[in-house]
Design a protein around this ligand. Sequence first.
Ligand code: P1T
Length: 401
Amino acid sequence: MNEENQGLFTRCIHGGQRNCEVTGAVMPAIYTSSTFAQESPGIHKGYEYSRSHNLTRFSFERAVASLENTGLTEEQDTTCGGFAFASGLAATATCLEMLDSGDCLLAMDDMYGGTYRLMSMVRERSQGIRPVYVDMSDFTAVESAFKEHRPRMVWVESPTNPTLKVSDLARIARIAEDHGAIAIADNTFCSPILQRPLDLGMHVVMHSATKYLGGHSDVVGGVLATRVPEIAERLRFLQNSIGSILGPFDAYLCLRGIKTLGIRMERHSRSAMEIARMLEAHEKVERVVYPGLPSHPQHEVAARQMGLPDGPGFGGMITMYLKGDIETARRFLENVRVFALAESLGGVESLIEHPAIMTHASVPPESRAKLGISDTLVRLSVGIEDLEDLMADVKSALDAC
Ligand code: P1T
């Protein structure tokens, strides 16, 4: 059976994989060898040096390429357009190297604080790129930014971290295509189970594999996938030239994590929907932002471009504004017991955090204020524990604040 015709849950387990030809092993070995013996100079089995070729990493890269529907074959690109890196930011940093000095980079105004820091506080200085930030959930703002700045690359997160704004990826991909710009989607919050940006016309998809792909908060990694052969060629060159690759042990953990991605995303989405509904009705909560709620400003777009294979699904991330002030938020966060107060997201365990102080501290205070990353904003990453325990935990922390 052709892989493209297989369901996503099947591809989580088998996509891009084959059993070991020597032993029949159903999981790849963790190839720790940094180099590979050659028969004669330049005559080898396709593996020269582990930065360039590592079979454990290749297996993970091909798995992501399959899930994200790159459509590329191994003949077109060794890993079918998948490229794994030491972290999500290493993947982003390598991607930005497709730009030349002086190029404009059009980016979402709300996104992970570290991505903003890399673009504005590192690469603007060292690479001379010109980042321009717009609210891409407003398509007219995207259109006028294209006219004014003529970007060569568009970077969009959807839903965004942490305010969960949703952008119409198909429209953004189309305008980028019309202007000859490379369109990239950070798909970390959705994973390929809920959203496949390449199918919507984006050229490249990026993940912090630290999150849902790894799924167990025990590995840091990043990955890119592209459907465009020329971009795959460029990314392969850049991955090898820059060298911020994912190591074989970590590639193995990410690959292992992906096996259960489908059932985890189902559970994350179902539990988060219930918790979001409960919070929206709670007297101590000012506002809940969750793409699955009809009150979400871009709920219709979210329902169109996100979803589980057999029905609605909006992921495990919830953002809420508490009534009160920073002390209320502090008390709430100090009183959760099942949720852990920690940065990161997307693991089996539930996490909760305060973006203004924690994950988005590198975003300038004026920008935070404009984006609504206020002192009472709290971000939840709903895990796969019993829903009743998660509900009881959040309710009792709300009672205490
Ligand atoms: O942490 P790293 O693997 O380098 O990934 C960076 C990154 C990129 N994109 C998104 C949407 C992200 O959320 C992240 C990392 N985010 C957190 C650590 C966090 O707690 O939000």
